[in-house]
Design a protein around this ligand. Sequence first.
Ligand code: GLN
Length: 249
Amino acid sequence: MKIVVGHLYPEYLNIYADRGNIAVLARRAAWRGHELEVRPISAGAAIEPGVHDLLYIGGGQDREQALVAHDLAGKRDQVLAAAAGGAAVLAVCGGYQLLGRFYRFADGEELPGVGLFPLHTIAGERRMIGDVLLEVELEPDERRTIAGFENHAGRTKLDEGAEPLGRVVAGFGNDGESGAEGCRVGRALGTYLHGPLLPRNPWLADWLLAQALAHRSGGEPPSFAELDDGLEREAHAVSARRARARGGR
Ligand code: GLN
């Protein structure tokens, strides 16, 4: 099956090689006989209803975020419609912040967000940098870990009742104090974790592919045959060890 991925602002939001997430999705789809078609969505381009099975937005410095925020906010209804229509979403760091309600810089300037995720972000003085380990449960009784790297000034506050992506085992997470990291709304995931994220968390890549295929087919997310993920698991273990060495929660 063909999976259509809308890659938002690839020329601006691609810090820490977040583009590697797309490469992982493409290869893991191909290894299962599916084709991943990646379509850039840049400033001024519309997000056609129902076209994308997955929307992806990477991270960026405040400057790059400021360059795209107003255009992205202008796409608010289209992003919300895509997610409401069952498309999967992966938003990393700066992209994650811009899918909340707003991101306020330390000097008070505020970037509008899309409001897909029930949260807001306010930049603090000290940057939150280092390896992170999370415990997540995207499916009932399927407790998994996600390992990655964070570097953000933003402190993200989830609304009351909002679902985080996971619980911080080691690292800062959304704000360095709530113990929550990221946000989940249905098939939409937001996270601070770079790395890039997916090479060291192959199960998460497969989860996203399964959601995207479910959107394409209109059916249930498929399960996949296992791949030889030895290298990916080793990368995960290295990242998790480094995060734990920082001091757990
Ligand atoms: N500029 C944002 C912050 O510092 C996001 C950084 C990023 O995408 N790594 O919080």
